[in-house]
Design a protein around this ligand. Sequence first.
Ligand code: BV8
Length: 252
Amino acid sequence: MDQILEQAIQALRQSRQIAVLTGAGVSKESGIPTFRDAIDGLWSRYDPTQLATPQAFRANPKLVWDFYEYRRQLMRPAQPNPGHVALAGLQQRYPTLRIITQNVDNLHERAGSTDVIRLHGSIAHNKCFFNCQGDPTPVDISQIEWDRDSGPPPCPYCGRWVRPAVVWFGEMLPRPMLLRALDLVTNCDLLLVVGTSGMVSPSSEMPAEAKARGALVIEINPDTSMISHLADLRLSAPSGVALPQLLNALTA
Ligand code: BV8
């Protein structure tokens, strides 16, 4: 590990354009379960990927809404962990560094990272399911009075369902975010891939895009993933440990 860590530090030192792709693993040490983790209790019998779809929402809006309310409740006390903070520190040192995240929590921003490219939206926000005022139609549910046991609130504009402002399986990613992410991964000389299983596309295709353009790919993940075969270097450690080690070595 030390020799690989040293190689990673050298690579970062020589890099002129760093891109970072993060997944649920970077928030694990903040207490937010990843998609690979079994969610305990009531929700353990559900597969998140089966609930995170427009079809599931149409079929049972209350079930899907309550699933997101449960996850929002889990996320509320979460704080940025040393991994999020170290990434913000790396961006201070490398001002053109950009983070592309699959996560729907806001921990990168709360750690101080700026201009985060959010591929899959934000669980803290909501919108009209039908985008009745245009795509998207943001809805602030704190201004709505409704029976919270009845499922999603009514859209204040059209009276129909409100839904979480996240990208569900089977939905297109917001085009501006996707284009920005592709521009970053195809123009970086180093891609840091942190805490993702690499199972969800199109984000899972980005490491290969970067590598095809000659970027060095460094993976930080305690386990192997679907992109490990692409990684030039693998730091097999939690991101909350490896990222601060990288930053401390670079700023020593
Ligand atoms: C799209 C928001 C075009 C919601 C998410 C068949 C039919 C229909 C579609 C498809 C299909 N086959 C493939 C597809 C495409 C589909 C897809 O990829 N499906 C998967 C399930 C196969 N993708 C889409 O639908 C995307 N849209 O392609 O549009 C299209 C349209 C129609 C039809 C075809 C194509 C939209 C995908 C976005 C889905 N929304 N999130 C919500 O959060 O509720 S994805 C969600 O799951 C997360 O955002 C994240 O992206 C993903 C989970 O992945 P990870 O982040 O990697 O997390 P995971 O738990 O998997 O892994 C955690 C990792 O961390 C592990 O490796 C672990 O080892 C590591 N780890 C653990 N601890 C630590 C750690 N690492 C570091 N430190 C630690 N301490």
